[in-house]
Design a protein around this ligand. Structure first.
Ligand code: C5P
Length: 245
């Protein structure tokens, strides 16, 4: 029951009326490593009412005409740090961490561009930020309370990526392989894998790693409780036999 937590206030206040700073989890890993699955499993197990999932894909830069032509022939490097609008990303993440409402771009992988409409996101108790280069910018790193790297076998990632890009992102076999060998794989080695050093936890195999998900969820619960946030069960028990506020 969400009203137990908010009692008429925004969700980032605890029942004592104090502001609870959102706990921000960064999830990094190569393309098709299972970052989103790990995020979804954490959300499922957290049992916290207000969780926001933000993807780094939303912050791909708008391409000029020449870059767009390169993208259409799989020659634009979407795996290089320069492909992302880090300034906008920092602004959005900072505001979410302050519990403020933000407008987030919606990215379209088929057109390689942003949709005309944006998505409204609100401050939350837990914010999960996932993407291939979430640990690259030192300013972004400072905003993350917990850093998780999803480490999945490269063959599995390539197999998944082929299937996904052809079925969901309007690509063909030759194009996916060309982009993977020329840009995705080298960028993983040069820019993504080295950021594993920033991780607090490395999760092998991704979302199927139940033990890792359990440990992560336990840590988030502890951190939220330290911040004065009461978990659903604890709060329900403390209100037992008392009139609801
Ligand atoms: O979902 P995932 O983390 O795999 O998304 C990131 C990948 O999307 C990058 O490896 C990049 O090569 C790819 N991408 C693409 N076309 C775009 C934007 C990103 O293939 N227009």
């Amino acid at each position: 029951n969400r009203t137990i937590y908010t009692a008429g206030r925004p969700p980032w206040y605890n029942c004592a009326g104090q502001q609870v700073e959102p706990f921000v989890i960064g999830i990094c890993g190569g393309s098709a490593s299972g970052k989103t699955t790990v995020a979804e499993k954490i959300i499922e197990s957290l049992d916290v009412p207000w969780v926001t999932l933000l993807s780094m894909d939303c912050f791909y830069k708008i391409l000029n005409e020449k870059q767009h032509e390169q993208a259409l022939i799989n020659e634009y490097n979407f795996d290089h740090p320069d492909a992302f609008d880090i300034e906008l990303l920092l602004d959005v993440l900072t505001k979410l961490k302050e519990g403020r409402k933000v407008e987030v771009p919606v990215y379209n992988f088929v057109t390689h561009g942003r949709e005309s409409q944006t998505k409204t996101m609100y401050g939350a108790n837990v914010i999960i930020f996932e993407g291939i280069l979430t640990f690259h910018s030192p300013e972004v790193l400072k905003l993350l309370d917990m850093k998780i790297f999803v480490d999945t076998d490269p063959d599995i990632r390539l197999a998944r990526r082929l299937k996904r890009d052809i079925s969901q992102r309007g690509r063909d076999l030759r194009g996916v392989l060309k982009q993977y060998l020329n840009m995705v794989k080298p960028s993983y080695c040069n820019y993504i894998a080295p950021t594993m050093a920033h991780a607090d936890i490395i999760v092998p195999r991704g979302g199927e790693n139940k033990v890792a998900i359990h440990l992560i969820v336990q840590h988030v619960h502890t951190q939220l409780q330290l911040r004065g946030f009461k978990l659903r069960e604890t709060l329900a028990n403390s209100y037992k036999d008392q009139p609801m506020p």
